[in-house]
Design a protein around this ligand. Structure first.
Ligand code: SAH
Length: 541
């Protein structure tokens, strides 16, 4: 934490939105980034916390299995104390801070102590969650208003703060928050107060999130249906004619990958774009990086190549990581891309090409198929005997390319620009999720992701990292595939591979490949995954 004391502290009471981390306001997000202290509770999307500065102090004040919720007075005191210490404090709350968020109490405590504060409203679940289920809270001719109430209080206690008769007779929409535990009592009371037993009801669990579930019924049967379906908190209860609009307006749950939990195994730096694209299609993603990019064990071969760059006729880049590592080292050596001016640049695929172009380099060749064999075909007849070729690659890259280039008579410098080591995915958690059948698919974007995932799941990775440099297995490694003992754990999940080589590595481990993309790119893989889950018999919605 930033220990430098500032003169005036301030508290921002920020609404984090209903669940989907993208539903926070721009102002709210700024308050997260500039906070010295971030105080948050349970319904706040964990991904939002990643926007906090590295030096920020993150304080969780929600419920924990082994601890009671921090008392409201304690939270108030915490906010006051931290602001008094001169810090910028951001208090993050689910939805909107003033809709059943006790934001009013916190603001009052701050006001009492003359602490400056600001309220940043958030999108409340009361409106957003029905919207994500295809239910407009008002609709011309169906509901000219909506009422949001707490469902937390016992509807049968004397002197209830709610006007149950008014709720039962409300011609508009009723929205109950915090009502799941009381659902049988709520419906009983509404029936007793004369609400029409066939009034449409909807329950929406974890709305706006990829795990959203919706259950529709009537006043008469919704409590029984919820019990049967094991419907859980947190959920919103909506009643009124607008519920029927869902049939036509349902959209979120109709996304092609809605309800699918997909593991992204590639390195963390590359995972987010892939994960975001899957999420846009409705999937829930679990990032489990099996690879980390590290420096080569020995920089000397690369450094020697960098020192005589002008002598290469060709430089062939076979991955985005190769490009990044190459240019990082080039800069460290006090050089830049001008030293590459004599060479013809080739890229193995579109992503590698873009990464080069972003650095201002013109790429002469990209094969139509994105793999080593296709590069060879493209360069056939162009690479002349005696040409010097530089291949800055990973330590475990396949030998196909250098061997073929040498056959053409080229003098190949195959140097390590980077090394791949095991990633830091939580193996125990992944194993539990696999055992519980909570994962639909695991994606592989290279042979090393396959080998590493299997090695990590079997515990072999831990042994290897302990004994050696933490280097990963290569696809050409001839030691027995670790996949066999994992079969039961991986039998129930769909395995997806980015191309034929990755797919072959999966099969060599005795596992079945369900999805194999035709185009060896992330977009190609996503297209194939989408087609697979949209095929008849696989569709959920
Ligand atoms: N301030 C929050 C509400 C806090 S009360 C807001 O404006 O949204 C907590 C209740 O909100 C939960 O019991 C549940 O009824 C509802 N809730 C919040 N987020 C939800 C979500 N993503 N899906 C379903 N219900 C949600």
């Amino acid at each position: 934490m930033n220990t430098e004391k500032k003169h005036t502290g301030i508290v921002y009471l920020v609404g984090a939105g209903p669940g989907d981390p993208n539903l926070i306001t721009v102002k709210g997000l700024n308050c997260i980034s500039k906070a010295d202290v971030l105080v948050y509770d349970r319904l706040v999307a964990p991904r939002l916390l990643q926007h906090a500065s590295k030096s920020a102090d993150l304080i969780y004040v929600g419920k924990l299995p082994d601890r009671h919720t921090m008392q409201q007075e304690e939270i108030n005191k915490l906010l006051v104390d931290k602001a008094r210490d001169g810090y910028t404090v951001t208090r993050l709350k689910g939805g909107d801070p003033f809709v059943f968020g006790r934001g009013g109490e916190e603001a009052a405590a701050l006001a009492e102590h003359n602490i400056p504060f600001e309220i940043i409203p958030g999108i409340t679940s009361a409106v957003a969650v029905p919207a994500y289920a295809g239910i407009p809270v008002t609709h011309r001719g169906l509901a000219s208003g909506f009422t949001v109430v707490t469902g937390h209080e016992d509807p049968h206690k004397d002197g209830s703060d709610l006007d149950w008769q008014a709720l039962a007779k409300n011609p508009g929409t009723n929205v109950f928050l915090m009502g799941m535990g009381n659902l049988p009592l709520i419906t009983k009371r509404l029936l007793a107060e004369g609400m029409d037993p066939v009034t449409p009801f909807a329950l929406i669990h974890r709305g706006t999130e990829t795990g959203q579930r919706t259950l529709v019924g009537t006043l008469n049967d919704i409590a029984a249906k919820a019990k049967e379906a094991g419907f859980k908190h947190p959920a919103i209860i909506v009643s009124g004619a607008v519920v029927n609009m869902r049939e036509q307006l349902q959209w979120f749950e109709r996304k092609p990958l809605f309800g699918r939990r997909i593991v992204v195994s590639r390195a963390r730096e590359q995972a987010s774009v892939f994960a975001e694209k899957l999420e846009e299609l409705g999937a829930e993603t679990i990032e489990f990086p099996v690879i980390k990019i590290a420096q080569p064990l020995d920089y000397r071969p690369l450094d020697r190549a960098l020192a005589r760059l002008e002598s290469y006729r060709w430089v062939v880049f076979t991955s985005e990581n190769g490009v990044k590592s190459f240019f990082k080292r080039l800069a460290e050596k006090g050089k830049d891309m001008r030293d590459l001016k004599g060479a013809v640049i080739c890229a193995i695929g579109p992503k590698t090409k873009t990464t080069l172009e972003e650095r201002g380099l013109k790429v002469a060749y990209v094969p139509s198929e994105y793999r080593a064999e296709a590069v060879v075909e493209q360069l056939q007849g162009k690479v002349k005997a005696g040409d010097e070729v530089l291949l800055p690659r990973a330590d475990l890259a396949r030998a196909v390319l250098p061997e073929a280039l040498e056959k053409m008579g080229a003098m190949v410098d195959n140097v390590h620009a980077y090394r791949t080591v095991y990633g830091d995915g939580d193996v125990t958690l992944l194993r539990q999720q696999l055992e519980a059948g909570q994962i639909d698919m695991i994606t592989f974007t290279s042979s090393s992701t396959v080998c590493n995932l299997l090695a990590m799941l079997t515990g072999q990775a831990a042994e290897e990292s302990g004994s050696s440099s933490g280097m990963v297995r290569s696809s050409t490694d001839k030691s027995p595939a670790p996949g066999l003992s994992m079969l039961p754990l991986l039998e129930k999940v769909d395995l997806a591979a980015i191309g034929p080589i990755t797919a072959a590595t999966v099969r060599e481990s005795g596992l079945e490949v369900k999805v194999e993309s035709e185009e060896y790119t992330i977009d190609g893989l996503i297209k194939a995954i989408r087609a697979y889950y949209m095929s008849p018999g696989k569709r959920i919605s």
